[in-house]
Design a protein around this ligand. Structure first.
Ligand code: GEK
Length: 253
């Protein structure tokens, strides 16, 4: 990315009252640094998107990147696939993210058919698509709203289409979960975050980012209609799944 990306220091000094985390201008400015140092496997997951698309995407099909932030999904696909292989719509609720994503994509891939829209993925009017990417976004929705979104995405997918769903997860067993969370904090420390930053960020994300268990994800994907889903990547308490819409499924009108 050619834009100036700043080091994430949002939680580096003691804050009287840690506000709920929000995707504002301050976060946008340091987002690439923040996500790289905070999400284990982020780069590997992005790098696989193009390979998954090569296998599953019909030539010229439409793709959604939901909760696209700075457009990483579009950048990853455009880096792997020729201009006419796909059309992509990135959607994000944060105006600051949308503005920056538009600028970056226009600069990096001006000839690809990629648009970034400001919108709420819960209420969007979805068009038929061959692939939908939901990378680290479902976790920010109210848990009670997650299944309804997956049903809508299932309906929007063409038969044979795929959903890539990446999330922070929690383990079912309390002790296992504690071990994973502790190692995740070690990972963040190793990436230069202080104990103060780790604990203040944790407080800011309390009730904002609510992780599910992997088995709950797969159960929900099945309930939404997906004929098959599997976890293709896991790095501590972060995972990516792929869910398939049966090629013989009826297209919802
Ligand atoms: C990446 N996928 O770099 N509608 C639209 N966008 C939303 C909504 C909503 N209801 N709720 C949250 N968002 C990206 C990373 S970040 C993950 C995704 C993280 C947006 C929110 O504005 C933010 O940009 C994004 O979802 C989550 O691959 O920061 O941990």
């Amino acid at each position: 990315m050619s834009d100036a990306s700043y080091r994430d220091a949002i939680f580096s000094t003691p804050l009287d009252k840690v506000a709920r985390f929000s995707f504002d201008e301050q976060v946008v400015a340091c987002f690439p640094d923040m996500i790289r140092r905070s999400v284990p496997g982020y780069g590997q997951i992005l790098a696989m998107l193009g390979l998954i698309a090569r296998r599953h995407l019909r030539h010229g099909a439409h793709v959604y990147d939901l909760g696209c932030s700075l457009g990483a999904g579009g950048l990853a696909l455009a880096g792997h696939l020729p201009r006419d292989a796909f059309r992509l719509t990135g959607v994000d609720l944060s105006p600051a993210m949308v503005k920056r994503a538009r600028e970056t994509l226009a600069e990096e891939y001006p000839d690809h058919d990629i648009e970034i829209i400001e919108g709420d993925i819960r209420t969007l009017d979805y068009r038929a698509s061959g692939m939908i990417v939901l990378n680290f976004t479902l976790q920010f929705l109210d848990p009670g709203e997650r299944e309804a979104l997956l049903v809508r995405l299932y309906e929007a997918l063409e038969p044979g289409g795929v959903l890539v769903l990446s999330e922070k997860i929690k383990a079912g067993d309390e002790q296992d979960n504690a071990w994973l969370v502790e190692r995740y904090h070690d990972f963040k420390r190793a990436n230069g975050y202080s104990d103060l930053e780790i604990s203040q960020k944790r407080n800011a994300l309390e009730n904002v980012l609510v992780p599910d268990r992997l088995d709950d994800h797969h159960r929900r994907l099945a309930a939404a209609g997906f004929s098959r889903s599997l976890t293709w990547f896991q790095y501590m308490n972060f995972a990516s799944m792929v869910a398939f819409k049966d090629p013989d499924a009826e297209m919802t009108p």
